[in-house]
Write a protein that binds this ligand. Structure first.
Ligand SMILES: [Zn+2]
Length: 559
């Protein structure tokens, strides 16, 4: 062999996730790819090399593959956090959770005081009213922060926002506003809660501040730093970037072309980039095909289109089958909102399917999952296509019957296992009830029915970190410490597959990433302890040294 020098990394143990060669103690790398795995003695057959033993006490896995996050994970930290759980920002600073309405108001008052321009809207994020005892947090509570400055507080789910009266006044939101999702009280007055994008878009000043932050270069870098800090080497920005907008592709290229940018990124085209009718989806399909065929690099990939069909379960906007919700807030219509009219789904899915793209559709509720599955079946009947890998995203209430159908149609699942910890208690008591909560995020059912699946954080909805998502799928422990739906627990090895090879398969990148074997990219997660050796309840506590991306080490916490 000639070319670049061969480097052999040694490790305490290498978990390859290649079932034909599962464990090793050395991996030989040339340039950005793996020459082979084995022992240093085996690998000496490749000739001149240098040994790098900086990981001799560490465990190497394939770099984790996160198939559902949003670049806004790197942008939201420009705004104050008012969520329920403590949260660590990309600089490592911990923001304590706001556990009641008063502490949300207190934090906002503090931030309001630091804004110099009296006209500047106050934007915050992470609000989670389902956890706050007593009445629901609405506009009148935010009016205690300011009655002259508009305030926009984005919820943790990313599907709702709560605004103050001044924001409603400036946005023209009143009792006559017909937009679905403008929540109204018993007297018919809007209460400040804006559910889903059409309603949130009415409060342009608030939503656009978040939009601007998402598009910044800083957001792209912080997003990749958060990934690196938890061992993720490939992240998926699932439909957040408005790729049809001028400069957006170039901004991603600028970031990822920088050799020190510490992640690979799959950027999915968002169907909502333009709008909802089939003619426009044809245009979006052309864009997605062009990006995939002409603009890909080793660190920037395309080929996926993201649809969003329903809302959020804890926000009561997901489409949940009968008997719907247990205890929705006052004035709730009984079921959630359709973000795409179901009768348009077959045409929309067909336009992307016919173009050879992979469709990933957000379906939190089972009613939404059924509409998407039926749309994929229709698309396949008209235009048979093998190995499409169309994926139900979130899959929170997907039933066994739906998983059977997905298996028959060749579909994949990406399961929101983190929900079990973050909202599992509320799902059992308030949203869908004990029985359905026990089969939420049903990884074991997906496995039994033969559907290939990954698990995800949906960062910034929950913090990125595949050891945590795997821990949720393995233990199903809620925040209160109960095991929710023990029959849906999966093994540690299955959970690790979901975070590596099967996530790579879902992104159609399993020829390149997802396992450590000859020919693949040298992307590693570098861990301080062995996920197979620790108590499964401690999986989430394994410390992460950082990553190796294309053969180059990237320690966690560095700039
Ligand atoms: Zn998402």
């Amino acid at each position: 062999m000639s070319e670049a020098l061969l480097k052999i990394f040694t490790a305490k143990k290498i978990i390859t996730m290649n079932p034909a060669f599962p464990f090793a103690t050395a991996v030989a790398v040339q340039g950005e790819r793996i020459v082979g795995v084995g022992t240093t003695e085996d690998l000496a057959q490749w000739g001149d090399h240098e040994i790098d033993d900086q990981f001799k006490d560490h465990i190497l896995l394939p770099g984790f593959v996160e198939a559902h996050t949003h670049v806004m994970a790197g942008g939201v930290w420009e705004f104050p956090y008012v969520g329920f759980y403590d949260r660590v920002d990309p600089r490592g600073q911990t923001w304590s959770g706001c556990r009641d309405i008063d502490s949300v108001v207190e934090r906002l008052v503090e931030c309001e005081g630091s804004l110099e321009d009296p006209e500047q809207p106050l934007t915050a994020w992470g609000l989670d009213p389902i956890f706050l005892e007593g009445e629901r947090l609405v506009a009148k509570h935010l009016d205690r922060v300011s009655q002259t400055r508009p305030i926009f507080v984005f919820h943790a789910s990313g599907h709702l926002a709560t605004v103050n009266s001044e924001m409603m006044r400036r946005s023209g939101i009143d009792r006559h506003t017909p937009t679905p999702g403008v929540a109204k009280d018993a007297e018919g007055e809007p209460n400040g809660e804006l559910q889903e994008p059409p309603a949130m878009l009415l409060a342009q000043d608030g939503l656009s501040a978040i939009g601007v932050a998402i598009m910044s270069s800083n957001a792209k870098w912080n997003y990749a730093r958060e990934a690196r800090n938890c061992g993720v080497t490939t992240i998926t920005d699932l439909g957040t970037t408005r790729l049809a907008m001028e400069g957006q592709l170039e901004a991603w290229r600028d970031a990822t072309d920088d050799p020190s940018y510490p992640a690979r990124v799959v950027v999915a085209v968002g169907h909502f980039d333009v709008g909802g009718n089939p003619k426009e989806s044809n245009e979006m399909a052309l864009l997605a095909v062009r990006l995939r065929d002409e603009e890909e690099t080793a660190k920037l990939r395309f080929g996926i289109v993201k649809l969003v069909l329903d809302g959020s379960i804890q926000g009561f906007t997901a489409r949940v089958s009968w008997p719907h919700y247990v205890d929705p807030p006052a004035g709730h219509p009984g079921n959630g909102l359709w973000l795409i009219p179901p009768e348009q789904m077959a045409d929309i899915v067909s336009s992307y399917h016919d173009a050879g793209l992979t469709v990933h559709c957000h379906c939190n509720g089972d009613e939404a999952a059924q509409v998407f599955i039926d749309a994929v079946e229709t698309a396949l009947e008209k235009h048979p296509r093998w190995d499409h890998r169309h994926t139900v995203q979130h899959c929170q209430l997907t039933t066994a019957a739906q998983y059977k159908k997905m298996a028959a149609l060749g579909m994949n699942a990406n399961i929101f296992s983190n929900h079990i910890f973050h909202w599992g208690d509320q799902h059992a008591s308030v949203t869908v009830g004990e029985e359905r909560a026990a089969r939420m995020d049903a990884c074991a059912t997906a496995e039994r029915e033969g559907v290939r699946f990954s698990v995800h954080s949906d960062a910034p909805i929950t913090p990125m970190g595949h050891l945590h998502t795997a821990w949720c799928a393995v233990n199903r422990l809620t925040a209160s410490g109960r095991v929710l739906g023990p029959e849906e627990r999966i093994s540690v090895s299955k959970a690790l597959e979901a975070c590596t090879v099967d996530a790579a398969h879902q992104l159609k990148l399993d020829h390149d990433i997802g396992s450590l074997e000859s020919g693949k990219l040298a992307d590693f997660a570098v861990l301080e302890s062995d996920p197979y050796e620790v108590n499964p309840e401690e999986l989430k506590d394994i410390a992460v040294w950082g990553t190796v991306l294309g053969g180059v080490p990237h320690p966690a916490g560095s700039e």
